[in-house]
Each structure stands twice: as structure tokens, then as C-alpha cells.
Design a protein around this ligand. Structure first.
Ligand SMILES: O=C(O)CCC(=O)C(=O)O
Length: 252
């Protein structure tokens, strides 16, 4: 990471590799004190937060923690992360939503291959991307991410069942023999991936929890397309409108 006269955080090669591959690893974004503070808040949400998912097999998923947890709001709205996301996206962005994804020790369940954007009620979206933030060291054995490179322009894959190891490859059989890239992370590292990059995360085969916090950024100008989604269903939005700033804050 560099700071140049033009105030960019990322060098052109890093941005180019993200745009070529559909993901990028940025080491050391958070310092040790930030990691400790955010991990403690994540632990608290694991113990007390309301999960979106009914069972805790793949992970405990707590959505939009920024709206009520003041500590994790600092992470979701973190100015440095928003700058990185904006530089990678190349357009102004807003928070679509955040979520904690916490895998308990020995959870026995990977997060199976999928793209993210097909689940979302977005139209006219020029770009969306997630920052997957490691709040503990995440070696392969604790459930780090694996990406299928150079596939983020694909718009032909339906929403995939996260619990089915074969579903993505049934929907897109040509991906079976495609190369894959696995990124173990140190606490405080981030991987960014495009909303259309196929990816997976291993099960957690260690004695420690896997704490990941994910900020999802999307085109500030995208419009609502009416598809059901937990983040928009309660809001009575009109198809074709831009997302309201108070629920989906512009950042960066
Ligand atoms: O961390 C995981 O288990 C999966 C994360 C994921 O699919 C995502 O951030 O889009």
C-alpha cells in the first residue's frame, strides 16, 4: 500500500490485479489494537446477537451490526476501508450491508462455492465488492477464502445453494477444471472480492473461532429491483429508486 501525491492508498498494480482476477489480498490494513477491539465486539455478537441463519453449522451470520453495535459501526464505516473499496471499484460506493460470519471450532461445514450478487435486489449496478476482514489469524485450516480468478464478468450463473458442494459446478460446469486461489490471512488482513467472483471458505478445523467481518460495498447509484432480500424487505422501497442513504450509507 502506498500514499502518493494523488492521495491514493493502492498502487496501480494492485488495482489492476483486482480488476483482472476479481479479488485481491491487502495485508495489514487494521493494526493490532483495532483487531483486538473489533474481535471482542464480534465475540459479544456471537454470544448475544440475533443470527440470520437458524442453525450455526456453516457460520453464525449477524447482518447489519453497524446499525446497533457502536464498535463494529467503526469497522463497517471505517474510512480507510471505504477508500480502498472506492479505489478498487473506481466509482462512488455505499454500504449495501455488513455481516459477521463466525465459524465455531470444528464446525465441519465449508461455505460452498457461490457468487454473491445474484442474491441481491440490485439493478444498474456497475460494481459491487466485499471486504472480508480477518479478526483472527485465518490459515487454511480455520476457514479462509478461495477464489476462482478471472470469472467476475460472468452474469450467467443463478443463485447457488451455499450448503451444496456441487451446485455452482452444476450451474457452471466449465468451472470444474478452472484454477483456484486460496488466501490464508493474518488478523487485520483483508481480501476484497467482486460481487460476481465465485468463491468458497473452508470449514474451521481448529480449536478457535473464526471471526470474519464483511463490509459489502455497491455502486452508489444502483437501483432497487424488487427481489426479496432481508435488508430491503422491511423498507417498502419502490422498484427503480436508488437505495436510501440512511439505511445504506454512502462511504469513501
Ligand atoms: O466467510 C465465509 O464463510 C464466506 C464468506 C462469503 O461468502 C462472502 O463474504 O461473500
Amino acid at each position: 500500500m502506498t500514499t502518493t501525491a494523488t492521495e491514493t492508498l493502492l498502487d496501480p498494480e494492485t488495482v489492476a490485479s483486482y480488476r483482472r482476477d476479481g479479488f485481491v489480498h491487502i495485508p495489514g490494513v487494521l493494526d493490532a489494537a483495532e483487531v483486538e477491539r473489533f474481535r471482542a465486539a464480534a465475540q459479544h455478537e456471537y454470544d448475544t446477537g440475533t443470527a440470520l441463519n437458524r442453525d450455526d453449522q456453516i457460520f453464525k451470520q449477524v447482518v447489519n451490526v453497524w446499525t446497533y453495535n457502536e464498535t463494529l459501526r467503526d469497522l463497517t464505516l471505517h474510512p480507510k476501508l471505504a477508500r480502498l473499496a472506492t479505489e478498487l471499484a473506481g466509482i462512488p460506493v455505499r454500504i449495501w450491508h455488513d455481516h459477521l460470519l463466525i465459524k465455531k471450532p470444528h464446525n465441519q461445514a465449508p461455505t460452498e462455492y457461490h457468487q454473491d450478487a445474484p442474491y441481491w435486489p440490485h439493478a444498474n449496478c456497475r460494481h459491487s465488492l466485499s471486504a472480508w476482514i480477518a479478526l483472527i489469524d485465518v490459515p487454511v485450516e480455520r476457514g479462509c477464502m478461495t477464489f476462482i480468478p478471472e470469472q467476475h464478468e460472468r452474469r450467467d450463473i443463478r443463485p447457488i445453494d451455499l450448503t451444496d458442494a456441487h451446485d455452482l459446478f452444476e450451474a457452471a460446469p466449465d468451472l470444474v477444471f478452472h484454477r483456484r486461489v486460496t488466501h490464508p490471512l493474518r488478523a487485520g488482513d483483508i481480501t476484497f472480492h467482486s460481487g460476481y467472483t465465485p468463491h468458497t471458505a473452508n470449514s474451521n478445523n481448529t480449536d478457535e473461532f473464526r471471526y470474519a467481518h464483511v463490509n459489502i460495498y455497491a455502486d452508489r447509484e444502483l437501483t432497487y429491483d424488487g427481489k426479496p432480500h432481508v435488508c430491503t424487505d422491511p423498507l417498502n422501497l419502490t422498484v427503480g429508486q436508488t437505495l436510501p442513504d440512511d439505511h445504506f450509507p454512502p462511504v469513501g
